[in-house]
Design a protein around this ligand. Structure first.
Ligand code: FAD
Ligand code: DHB
Length: 388
């Protein structure tokens, strides 16, 4: 077995692993990133699209925001559509100075890969069989090699190996599943609305988002066992129209659909986020249903805390921030868990209890009417300030 050594071994080249590699290498800390999939695969995975104010600022401060600032769209509000009316949540009024940037996750990933490679960071794609050798005296094994590390960062997403390497008795797991999934649709058509539209229709939830002036992104609430090819493109457009053309004068423009995928809806937290010299970050530790657009943003928030703590350790030898890592992240994680559950519950069609349905209608009307409720939505959606 060929041995080698690094300071921080990072598993996974998603947003969490790539940003961590970028921030640490900028501090002069040696890292190796091990990714199971190909570079092309990582760069083409269509996922999230909404960057919180703090996420966009973090990327810009880290020197990877140039294309995001040029090509991303800054939005100062979203629309909630229900009961035949649209209600704008106006960020500029409710949370002055805070906005979101609409910029695809795969574009963030492309920018981070390019920056890491330009800085000479050791990024390895298509690495098979990554395993954690030990948590106490950490090392990683993969394809006949051994990599000794001071620390391991588990940034390998929900289905990765890092969390699985922790003894089950040492983990508290909190989980909730939802009785639906999202069908994600990418289409070559100009957006029909200037801002995102979250539509709680009688037929189920639907979201109109965008990627550029000529590419739109949509999501449809569907049964949980749905496969992408269960839906013809005609059926997708018919359903998107039925769920969005619910206010006077609104017509949804259609065009060629270029991709269809299905995303599961789940809430999950594994605590704590540190085991000895292993740190979990992003989806490896927690996932949220996408309704609040928080998954990618939480991954960035974790990595900010971890990069600062590791920086402090290598600069001064102090482990105080490393010791505080899990609690510091979980505070934000649980706020995002609540917000994502709340948005999901507010906007989706749940079969069954008519009492719950009436409560949901009352709640929606209250969010549209009450400045306090709308402010709570706006401050969580645009992202709460970081603790540091
Ligand atoms: P990931 O992006 O999952 O990255 C983990 C990386 O680790 C991957 O590149 C993976 O290939 C790699 N990896 C896994 N196992 C191993 C291994 N054993 N060895 C080496 N490498 C490994 N959020 C939203 O806000 N809105 C959305 O619309 C939305 N849609 C989503 C759709 C899907 C299908 C999924 C899965 C997630 C979606 N999310 C969405 C969530 C958001 O994309 C994630 O929160 C975000 O990707 C988290 O980043 P991450 O770096 O923690 O994990
Ligand atoms: C997008 C995804 C989300 O989950 C969301 O809440 C808003 C936008 C998107 O992919 O554009």
């Amino acid at each position: 077995m060929r041995p080698s050594k690094t300071s921080v071994g990072i598993i996974g080249a998603g947003p969490a692993g790539l940003l961590l590699a970028h921030l640490l290498s900028a501090k002069g800390i040696d890292v190796v990133v091990l990714e199971r999939r190909s570079r092309a695969h990582c760069e083409s995975r269509v996922r999230a699209g909404v960057l919180e104010q703090g996420t966009a600022d973090t990327l810009a401060e880290a020197g990877v925001g140039e294309r995001m600032r040029a090509e991303g769209q800054v939005h100062h509000g979203i629309e909630l559509r229900f009961g035949g009316e649209g209600h704008r949540i106006a960020f500029e009024e409710l949370v002055p100075g805070r906005a979101i940037t609409v910029y695809g996750q795969q574009e963030v990933v492309k920018d981070l890969i390019a920056a890491n490679l330009a800085n000479g960071v050791d990024l390895r794609f298509e690495v098979e069989d990554v395993a954690i050798g030990s948590l106490a005296d950490p090392y990683l094994t993969f394809g006949g090699e051994r990599l000794d590390c001071d620390f391991i960062a588990g940034c390998d997403g929900f289905h990765g190996v890092s969390r699985e390497s922790v003894p089950a008795a040492d983990l508290a797991v909190y989980e909730k599943t939802y009785p639906f999934a999202w069908l994600g649709i990418l289409a070559d058509v100009a957006p029909s609305a200037p801002e995102l539209v979250y539509s709680a229709s009688e037929r189920g939830f639907s979201l109109h988002s965008m990627r550029s002036d000529s590419v739109s992104r949509f999501y449809l609430q569907v049964p949980p066992d749905t496969r992408p090819d269960d839906w013809t493109h005609e059926a997708i457009w018919a359903e998107l129209k039925a769920r969005h053309e619910t206010v006077p004068g609104f017509t949804l423009a259609t065009g060629p659909i270029t991709q269809v995928d299905v995303a599961a809806m789940r809430s999950f937290v594994a605590e704590p986020m540190r085991f000895g010299r292993l740190f979990l970050a992003g989806d490896a530790a927690h996932i949220v249903p996408p309704t609040g657009a928080k998954g990618l943003n939480l991954a960035v928030a974790d990595v900010r805390v971890l990069a600062r703590a590791l920086g402090e350790y290598y600069r001064t030898g102090s482990e105080a921030l490393l010791d505080a890592y899990s609690a510091a992240c979980l505070d934000r994680v649980w706020r995002a868990q609540h917000f994502s559950w709340w948005m999901t519950t507010l906007l989706h069609r749940f079969e069954g209890d008519p009492y719950d349905r009436r409560l949901q209608q009352s709640h929606l009307a209250y969010v549209a009417r009450s400045r306090a409720q709308a402010t709570a939505l706006a401050e969580n959606y645009t992202g709460l300030p970081y603790a540091d």
